[in-house]
Ligand binder design. Structure first.
Ligand SMILES: *[C@@H]1O[C@H](CO)[C@@H](O)[C@H](O)[C@H]1NC(C)=O
Ligand SMILES: *[C@@H]1O[C@H](CO)[C@@H](O)[C@H](O)[C@H]1NC(C)=O
Ligand SMILES: *[C@@H]1O[C@H](CO)[C@@H](O)[C@H](O)[C@H]1NC(C)=O
Ligand SMILES: *[C@@H]1O[C@H](CO)[C@@H](O)[C@H](O)[C@H]1NC(C)=O
Ligand SMILES: *[C@@H]1O[C@H](CO)[C@@H](O)[C@H](O)[C@H]1NC(C)=O
Length: 203
């Protein structure tokens, strides 16, 4: 069954954080659960993407959407999420999509992935499992960095850093540099950050 990205999933994590809210100065929150739209995103078959590796147009988010990261920029929530198609050896290659919202509930999705396996030097790490599990932090100079997991079908690798022009230009186009951070590291969430004025900042 296709996974669905639910508000509950996000809020579970936030609720765990909130358990001891106020006791640790690194914690953000408190958060209030809003069930008005739940789930607020699911897989869809009507968005197509011309995959430069497969050289076919595919329904890139038909199977599932999950494991996102969110930033808030000028009062707009930008949610970077992992999406899978039904293609290939694993019946699922991952790419990263972008959904935008002004209220955190009603999201407008960009119809193409904004980060994906391409015919570049990282393809040996990314094919054909794909690009998974984005995490984003800001540094003190206002530059956003993204880590993600590259999966070649047998080994998951942490990739870093990605300078995300999409966030700086305000446009929905992106230019990325990909870099291998380490072999055989565990996957998502490995973007160590510190709390600075209610923002998670890169060290
Ligand atoms: C997309 O298409 C596949 C294959 O026809 C189908 O199994 C799946 O349920 C569809 N998913 C959605 C979200 O419509
Ligand atoms: C959600 O946002 C879109 C785009 O801004 C808008 O067209 C639509 O009416 C909104 N839907 C709801 C339920 O607020
Ligand atoms: C992929 O990139 C390599 C190296 O740049 C190039 O030699 C090759 O022709 C490209 N393949 C395709 C299918 O574009
Ligand atoms: C911020 O920019 C300055 C000047 O380019 C640089 O020396 C410094 O390392 C940067 N700090 C971070 C955290 O990237
Ligand atoms: C994935 O990468 C590892 C390490 O380089 C390699 O041993 C393995 O054969 C690769 N797997 C695939 C399916 O390409």
């Amino acid at each position: 069954m296709a996974l669905q990205l639910t508000i509950s999933y996000l809020l579970l994590i936030l609720a765990i954080l909130e358990l001891s809210n106020g006791q640790n100065d690194w914690q953000i929150g408190p958060f209030i659960k809003d069930d008005a739209v739940n789930p607020f995103m699911g897989p869809r078959n009507d968005t197509r993407f011309a995959c430069p590796v497969r050289k076919e147009t595919i329904a890139w988010e038909a199977k599932d959407v999950f494991n996102p990261t969110a930033i808030v920029q000028n009062n707009v929530v930008k949610l970077f999420y992992r999406a899978e198609d039904y293609e290939g050896a694993y019946k699922g290659t991952s790419r990263i999509g972008l959904a935008i919202s002004s209220d955190g509930l009603n999201f407008t999705r960009i119809t193409s992935p904004i980060f994906f396996p391409d015919n570049d030097t990282s393809l040996i790490y990314e094919w054909e499992g794909g690009c998974e599990d984005p995490r984003i932090t800001l540094n003190e100079n206002g530059t956003y960095f993204m880590t993600y997991t590259a999966y070649n079908g047998s080994l998951a690798r942490l990739m870093h850093p990605q300078i995300i022009q999409i966030l700086h230009s305000g446009q929905n186009t992106a230019q990325f540099s990909k870099m291998l951070m380490g072999e055989d590291l565990l996957t998502s969430g490995q973007n160590l950050a510190r709390l600075c004025q209610q923002l998670l900042m890169s060290p």
